[in-house]
Design a protein around this ligand. Structure first.
Ligand code: PEP
Length: 256
């Protein structure tokens, strides 16, 4: 299923559960969350559970097609001898519509390279999945004044194998590495400055096709700071890790 996330510009709330919540916990989470969050046409909600919990989440969403689901990672090959990996066609067959690519934990814990993110974005698009390409600088890079250079490099590299028309359907998440899981959040002004630079680069790379690509902010977003981040110029949504693990808390964020 191909999803075009770019049509009306409403905020996107994406939950990255990382390696948390197996199928039983996922079922409990969804039961609570769905009672706290009624369908709203003015926002998009997206959940990235661990791949083994995807079926449990999707089962809970039979009546709630407004909520989308994705996987946190794919391999770029469609199939073969890659023990432990999941391909884009397998994820799509399991009901995922989206996939995170280049999350900072993939890059900095598992050594994923820019070239691999490009192959993963291309594999996702070929299988009809929407890639959410994550970019972001490390603390030392920010301190050296290299934020924009790093983010632009990751962006160009990750999108390199896509046509301009394909680029129009991706999602971008700006996630400063120093803000992920640390409790430190970029100020709305800092986030905004990078989002504006990302927008400029997307238009540089893809022209008109880069104009409406949603750019999400991620990094210690919670119920207290979500409003001010969403109000920042250029921020089209949020990607939330830790604060998306509690169903009540996630519903509060999504309703904000
Ligand atoms: C993430 O995992 O993408 C993330 C932003 O995590 P956290 O919200 O916990 O910083």
């Amino acid at each position: 299923m191909t999803v075009s996330p770019n049509a009306p510009r409403s905020p996107i709330f994406a939950a990255n559960w990382k390696m948390n919540s197996g199928p039983s916990e996922a079922r409990t989470f969804m039961r609570v969350f769905l009672t706290r969050y009624a369908r709203r046409p003015d926002r998009t909600v997206l959940i990235f559970p661990p791949a083994l919990s995807l079926a449990a989440v999707r089962d809970a969403l039979r009546e709630r097609t407004d909520i989308l689901t994705g996987v946190q990672n794919i391999h770029w090959e469609a199939k073969g001898a890659f023990t432990g990996e999941i391909s884009a066609p397998i994820a799509a067959d399991a009901g995922a519509t989206h996939v995170l690519v280049g999350h900072s934990e993939r890059r900095h814990v598992f050594g994923e390279t820019d070239e691999q993110t490009a192959k993963k974005c291309a594999a996702a698009v070929a299988a009809g999945l929407v890639p959410m390409l994550c970019v972001g600088e490390k603390l030392e890079e920010r301190e050296r004044g290299e934020t924009e250079t790093v983010v632009v490099r990751q962006l160009r590299a990750g999108l390199a194998a896509l046509s301009n028309a394909q680029i129009a359907d991706v999602l971008i998440a700006y996630e400063p590495v120093w803000a992920i899981g640390t409790g430190r959040t970029a100020t709305p002004a800092d986030a905004s400055a990078v989002h504006v630079a990302i927008r400029a680069e997307l238009q540089n790379v893809a022209g008109e096709h880069g104009r409406a690509i949603p750019i999400l902010y991620g990094g210690s977003v919670n119920a207290q700071n979500v409003r001010s981040l969403l109000d920042a110029k250029g921020v089209d949504g949020v990607l939330v890790g830790g604060a998306s693990l509690d169903a009540e808390g996630w519903a509060t964020i999504v309703r904000s």
